[in-house]
Design a protein around this ligand. Structure first.
Ligand SMILES: NC(=O)c1ccc[n+]([C@@H]2O[C@H](COP(=O)([O-])OP(=O)(O)OC[C@H]3O[C@@H](n4cnc5c(N)ncnc54)[C@H](OP(=O)(O)O)[C@@H]3O)[C@@H](O)[C@H]2O)c1
Length: 269
């Protein structure tokens, strides 16, 4: 895809999404940065909650009315619920999926008709290394990203004949507002039988995220992807050691790999 593109980035008010919107805007594209509470930005902004059918339909209709097309969507909006699976309520589990999984599906369904008609388009689904590796005490987050991996693999052959590419981007730890925005499930506090292990693991997550790669690293990966004529199914990005260790998973006996993770996270029985 070459020349000036019309690009929708969801979750563009902070972190990875903001870095993507900034770089793609600086490269001369027409960028719409969507989030629930957008602030002032050099690019165009949209107040768009990906959990709302109505808001997504309205936002995409606005872009189509103003620009006549959407060339690229970066489905980046996401949040993280932390807590053991047992401590996570069904409402919290559904809220995790509503943003990270159904949000992506909702936005993709909204842009696909116009992409199909124009026989061109690129959808970049921001997954995570946690979509390849189940993280303890972020089970619902991991599950939402594993689900996104499956959805993307399934969609690709469906839409390829219409000239539309769908790609997974799997970052490792990136230094964003994710630490501040992490939602601890209500039952994870005092009284939870998982509390000690939970606190230890979340502290490690926070340390790794704080020292993670810059969001600009992911933005540069997205910018390169947009220029790739036949993109692969998935691309990892971020800290090399995390990407390497995740890539080893299929080659290790499963219990040994799991044991290494348990020791690494300091989880006690
Ligand atoms: N940081 C990491 O280490 C890391 C690693 C792997 C993958 N990821 C993935 O990368 C993506 C971005 O994460 P981040 O670390 O940049 O997070 P972040 O700094 O917390 O930013 C999240 C962004 O998503 C927006 N957002 C949240 N809920 C939304 C909704 N319902 N509708 C629209 N926008 C919404 C937020 O804006 P508003 O609050 O204004 O809506 C914000 O702009 C997520 O999908 C995350 O899972 C992050």
């Amino acid at each position: 895809m070459s020349g000036q593109k019309v690009i929708l980035v969801t979750g563009a008010s902070a972190g990875i999404g903001e870095a993507c919107a900034r770089l793609l805007h600086e490269q001369g594209n027409i960028v719409y940065g969507a989030s629930r509470n957008p602030g002032p930005a050099a690019w165009k902004t949209l107040a768009l909650d990906v959990t709302s059918d109505e808001a997504v339909a309205r936002g995409v209709a606005q872009i189509l009315a103003e620009q006549g097309r959407v060339d690229v969507v970066v489905n980046n909006a996401g949040l993280v619920f932390a807590g053991s699976v047992e401590d996570t309520s069904m409402e919290e589990a559904k809220a995790q999926f509503e943003t990270n999984f159904f949000g992506v599906m909702r936005v993709s369904k909204a842009v696909l008709p116009s992409m199909r008609l124009r026989k061109t388009g690129l959808i970049v689904n921001v997954s995570s290394l946690a979509g390849l590796l189940g993280l303890p005490f972020q089970g619902l987050y991991s599950a939402s990203k594993f689900a996104l991996e499956g959805l993307t693999e399934s969609m690709r052959p469906e839409v390829a004949g219409f000239g539309v590419e769908v790609v997974l981007l799997e970052p490792g730890d990136i230094a964003t507002s994710v630490v501040a925005n992490r939602i601890r499930v209500a039952a994870s506090g005092a009284g939870s039988v998982y509390r000690d292990n939970f606190e230890k693991v979340v502290a490690l997550f926070e340390k790794e995220e704080t020292h993670g790669a810059a969001p600009a690293v992911v933005a540069r990966r997205v910018a390169r992807l947009i220029e790739t004529s036949k993109p692969a199914v998935r691309y990892t990005t971020g800290p090399m050691a995390q990407r390497f260790l995740t890539a080893l998973k299929p080659f290790f006996p499963s219990r040994l790999f799991e044991r290494c993770l348990t020791i690494y996270y300091g989880i006690k029985g």
